[in-house]
Design a protein around this ligand. Structure first.
Ligand SMILES: [Fe+2]
Ligand SMILES: [Fe+2]
Length: 330
């Protein structure tokens, strides 16, 4: 019986269906049960003709901002999914990544649908009617410029890091997004968005549970080298995700000087239109609390938390983040 030559790794072959982390099977079962269809949300209640041009354009802008994170998530997690197969992660981990990818596709659909209903052809193929809308469109171009830089860095980084490192960065994003959607669910007055934020927030909570289970599996035996990388990536996560959770810091974000002022103006209009977007102070507080949650998790495993003076959290000074290689996700 002649055997074939050994398979060169990394490769998705040979296949196996090992299962070690039972908790992930439970989470998979909830993901199957809680799956939802964005097409069934009450989109008919969203009435662009009852809104001013600036209101439509402001709300659509916010979804464009969200899309930088939530609509890049399907390819981001699909990349992680492929990686999980190639390094022969256990079957429940592969399914966890698959379920996150599938959920994020729904979140992307919501972004796209909101933008298309409010600003057909938007964001970039839409001709703004208000002066604010024109400036919003310019801001979106800058957001996409930065999103593209992030994607290039992410692609480079994924094959270089262990699952343990990837999951701590993923946790940041999931904590951030659960916080964001919970807040918006309780504050929006637009029924279709209330429904959407509720469903998305529930998904993000599940994603967070996936990260915590994986950390529970891997962190008791994490290497010192990985510990240091985690601290750095948490700082990178703070900076990147501040783009949607708070305000984009210049450490990573390459933006024109009036970008933030314009975004504040747009969000003011979106808030008045009932979107449920937090004020500056509320964002600061939400973000700070989310960071403290992550800090609590890392402390369980003796991993130093980075200093985040922007939201008043002390910790290890991190100065040498390589902005070409960041892996936080949403
Ligand atoms: Fe998401
Ligand atoms: Fe997520």
């Amino acid at each position: 019986m002649e055997l074939p030559p050994p398979i060169e790794q990394p490769n998705v072959f040979p296949l196996s269906w090992e299962a070690k982390t039972a908790k992930l099977d439970e989470i998979w079962a909830s993901a199957q049960k809680e799956y939802w269809d964005p097409a069934r949300l009450p989109w008919d209640g969203l009435r662009p003709e009852q809104m001013s041009a600036a209101e439509r354009e402001a709300v659509a802008y916010w979804f464009s901002l969200l899309s930088v994170f939530d609509a890049s998530a399907p390819p981001v997690f699909a990349t992680a999914l492929v990686r999980a197969y190639e390094i022969h992660e256990e079957d429940p981990v592969r399914r966890a990544f698959f379920s996150i990818t599938r959920d994020e596709q729904n979140h992307e659909i919501v972004c796209g649908k909101a933008i298309s209903v409010l600003t057909p052809g938007g964001p970039l193929g839409y001709e703004p009617e208000s002066e604010l809308g024109r400036r919003a469109k310019r801001n979106v171009e800058w957001l996409y410029h930065n999103g593209a830089r992030y994607w290039n860095g992410y692609k480079k980084a994924v094959p270089r890091y262990s699952m343990a490192v990837l999951f701590s960065s993923f946790l940041m994003g999931e904590v951030a997004s659960s916080t964001l959607f919970h807040y918006m669910y309780t504050h929006t007055t637009i029924p279709v968005f209330k429904e959407a934020f509720r469903a998305i927030g529930r998904d993000e909570g599940r994603h967070m549970a996936i990260c915590l289970s994986l950390m529970e599996r891997d962190y008791p035996k994490i290497s010192d080298e990985d510990r240091a990388i985690v601290t750095k990536q948490i700082r990178a996560g703070y900076v990147f995700l501040s783009g949607v959770l708070f305000e984009p810091p210049s450490d990573f974000w390459d933006l024109p000087e009036d970008f933030i002022a314009t975004q504040r103006e747009i969000e003011e209009v979106a808030r008045a239109a009932g979107l449920g977007v937090a004020t500056y102070d509320e964002k600061l507080e939400n973000w700070r609390r989310a960071m403290l949650n992550v800090k609590g998790v890392l402390e369980r495993y003796d991993i130093p938390f980075p200093a985040i003076p922007e939201v008043g959290i002390s910790g290890e000074e991190v100065t040498d983040v390589n902005w070409d290689e960041i892996i936080p996700v949403f």
